[in-house]
Design a protein around this ligand. Structure first.
Ligand code: SF4
Length: 243
């Protein structure tokens, strides 16, 4: 891991790249020594192809971490393979809980029905933390327009105790995402056309009606809004917190 205070490193990086476009932030992030070892974490969801395409342009060999919860839609697994091949991404790493972990925590695959936090924890958070232990920074697709604590999102933010997060699309609007996909003729996740503007695991994602919040189909009927793979103060964030 790199030495130095995380907050001051994030501040310096934000100052250095404040006026850069998203792809320039990404290009510099993968080569700036102040970032160290960097990976992209992607769900291969509804909007993921934007960052994946940018990575294919600036650094197609960058490690891409894809969390297979083993509860995903088959369409997501197909889309992951199709997009990776089409974009020429050469280091896509599929991250998942081990067979032993599944047998210990969720032997009959029903944990999501009565404890979604525990299910997300062992299927997403723990495998991701394990995979990220070899990196100094990770790239996310979070954006300010998504609301909550994301409204103040910067390009670079500290993730104590040791890592930085990079948010190249922080300043993008929803229309920028759509425009980018159209202009670059990028393949869409097949479930978007079937009413899923935000796509997670099959048991916890439902279609969204016109006018509803795009994320309202995630854990519908519960107060859970995030899977817990974001961290504040080095601790996993649960519930309504959306950092
Ligand atoms: S989204 Fe649902 S199925 Fe997927 S890991 Fe979380 S609780 Fe389990």
């Amino acid at each position: 891991m790199l030495d130095g205070n995380l907050d001051s490193r994030a501040e310096r990086l934000n100052g250095r790249y404040r006026h850069h476009a998203a792809i320039d932030v990404l290009r510099r992030a993968v080569s700036d020594p102040e970032l160290g070892r960097v990976a992209l974490v992607s769900s291969f969801g509804a909007e993921s192809v934007v960052l994946l395409h940018m990575v294919s342009v600036v650094a197609p060999g960058l490690p891409v971490l894809f969390i297979d919860t083993q509860m995903l839609f088959p369409e997501t697994l197909d889309y992951q393979r199709e997009v990776s091949a089409r974009l020429g991404l050469t280091d896509v790493r599929v991250i998942r809980a081990s067979e032993a972990e599944v047998a210990r925590h969720d032997p009959d695959g029903t944990l999501h029905r009565f404890d979604t936090d525990a299910c997300c924890d062992f299927r997403k958070t723990v495998p991701l933390e394990r995979a990220l232990s070899g990196f100094d920074a990770w790239i996310t697709g979070r954006k300010r327009f998504q609301g909550g604590q994301r409204t103040e999102l910067e390009f670079f933010e500290p993730e104590p105790p040791l890592r930085l997060r990079v948010n190249p699309l922080a300043h993008w609007r929803a229309s920028d995402v759509q425009d980018y996909m159209i202009e670059n003729n990028l393949p869409r996740h097949p479930l978007v056309a079937k009413g899923y503007p935000s796509i997670g695991c099959a048991p916890c994602t439902s279609p969204v009606k016109p006018g509803e919040d795009p994320r309202s189909g995630r854990w519908r009927g519960s107060d859970k809004t995030e899977c817990g793979i974001h961290f504040i103060g080095g601790r996993m964030v649960r519930g309504k917190v959306t950092a």
